[in-house]
Design a protein around this ligand. Sequence first.
Ligand SMILES: [Zn+2]
Length: 371
Amino acid sequence: MKISYIIYLLLSVLVLISCRNQNMDHSHLDHSRVSESEIIKGIYGNPESLMKMHPRLSDLGINAVFARKSALTTDLYDQLRHDSIKIFIEFPLLNGKEYLKDHPEAWPINEKGEKAPPADWFMGICVTDSGFIQSKRDELEDFLGKNEVDGVWLDYLHWHAQFETPEPILPETCFCNRCINLFKSYSELEIPKGSTARQASFILKNHDKEWRKWRASIITNVVREFRDILKKYQENSLLGLYYCPWYPHEYDSALYRTLGLDMQSLDSLADVLTPMVYHQKMGRSPFWVKEYIDWISDKTEEWGTGTEIWPIVQAHNDPGIITPEEFRSVMEYGLSGNSSGVMMFSVYSLTDDSLKVVEMKDLYRQTKIKN
Ligand SMILES: [Zn+2]
């Protein structure tokens, strides 16, 4: 009796483990237009300037273009399709700059109860503003209804902040009335009445953990919603995420605490993760690109998702010069670990420096199949 009970328990555990693996092990590329052994050799930005010099991108070894939808004219679309170049669209999700001009009510509010100032060149949004999210939903649905693409890459995926710099700007947001009320319902906590500043101070002092969890859940839910829209219109199209490649402990855990990114949850929703490993902008060495790609490769293995990793590396001369050799190094580092693709920021940096084109072409033409 006892032994059979133990066997029963063991079998139950095995069944549970196998179910879990089935749920988690969604090999994303099975149903897509990208074959598993194919390396994505991408460029990011409007390809037209490069195509003026090199009309056939495939001659440079390029097999994928990541561009804003505004860059995708009918002529360009047809030409890329004709040359069998994959078309991925960058979708600026939580960039509030334009929307805020006519909708000040969507402004992210800081812990003082004031409108948070722009973070360098970036202006985010209150992520719970339903008018804003609806406008983005309409924008994506309108586009997907008219254009078939190989994937959509969500960009500006974080609460209001600036990470593309050696000294990040990390404001506390959003304490608008709507966010505080939503947090109250989510956490079922009592928040004393009073000014926004007093309520924010109470939350940060007494319920920091729940507050961070709620903020991250809002970002995750938005990604889930946009994934559902994409798959409803084009089920084989890939969902990619451009995101901040900080390690969890950096800047007092700001990736989760301030940007609001729960990477494991996001990884479970994405088909492809695209860490924005802009080494020079972020004050890091080229080798950090490899370290990060190896680290996130280990993480996705641990999470058991099989999500593809296609980093975007820096070609752009900012704040200093990225030499063609350094560009080559970060491209190669970008293909380390489990990475199965790479792209660079951006096309204009290539057309400004033909030697970078030479390096890219050399690398892309010799990179064929992932070992
Ligand atoms: Zn808000």
